[in-house]
Design a protein around this ligand. Sequence first.
Ligand SMILES: N[C@@H](CCC(=O)N[C@@H](CS)C(=O)NCC(=O)O)C(=O)O
Length: 266
Amino acid sequence: MSDAKKLRTHPQYELLYHPSIPGRGEFIRLCFEATGVPYTDVANEKPSGYDTVQSICMNTSLTSADSNPPVFAPPALRVPGAGADGKALVIAQTPSILMYLSERLGLAPDDEAATYHVYQLAFTALDLNNEVHDTHHPLAVAKYYEDQKDAALVKATDVRENRLPKFFSYFERTLRFNEENGGGEGKYLVGGRLTFADLVVWQVIDGLYFSFPKEMEARKKEYGKLLDGFYESVKQEGGLKEYLKSERRLPYSQGVFRYYPELDRQ
Ligand SMILES: N[C@@H](CCC(=O)N[C@@H](CS)C(=O)NCC(=O)O)C(=O)O
C-alpha cells in the first residue's frame, strides 16, 4: 500500500509515552513501524508534547481527556475521532493497546484460537519484561538502584539462572510447535506471518541483549532457534529493517532495560 493510501485509511494514531527511552512505548512503536502505519510519538515529536502526555496520562482528575476515564500510567494511545460522539478515544495498558491495534494494523492471526495464542505469548513476554525491571528495582520503584544493589544482585541472579531459561524454553518450544503445525518456519510464533506476539517477544530479547550481554551470549548456544534464528529474522520484517537504523529507534538507557555489569553473568 502506498504511503498516501495508508494516510487515508488510518486515523492519526498518537502514542502517549515518556520521551527519550524505548520503555513500554516500544511495544507499540514496533507495531506501527513494522506495518508502516503512520503515528505520532507525541512526547518525542511535538513541541511541548510531554506536557500533553502528562496532562492526559499523569493527571489526578476524573478524566484523562475527551470524556475518557482516567489513565493510570503511560503508554496510552489516542485515536482522534474513534471515541464517543466523534471525540478522541484514549486507551492505556500495553496489552489493551496491542489488542486494539492488532487487527487494525494487520498483526492479528486469522482465527480465534490463534488470536488467543498470540495474546498468551505477548503477555508472557510482558511478564518477563516486568521481571527484568525488578532485577534493578527489586524493593521499591521510587528508590534509586544504588539503594537496593544487594537485593538487585539476588533478584538478577535468580532471573538469569532460573527465569530466563524457563521463558526461553517456552518461546523456543512454541517456535518448534509452530514450525511443525502452523507454517512458522522458525520465523513466526503463531501461524505463517508476523503477529504482535513476534514483536513483543523480539523486543524483550533485544532488551535482554543490552542488559545481560554475557548471559545472552551463553544462552544463545542453548536457545539458538529463538535467540539467533528468530531474533535475526524478525529484524528483516516490513519496516523494521529501516526503523532499527533510524533515529526513531531510541537507545536503551535508564528504562526497563539497563546495563549494570555487576548484574550480568560473571
Ligand atoms: N502494565 C502497565 C504498566 C505501565 C507502567 O508501569 N508505566 C510506566 C512507564 S513504562 C510508568 O510511567 N509508571 C508510573 C507508575 O507506575 O507510577 C502497561 O504495560 O501499560
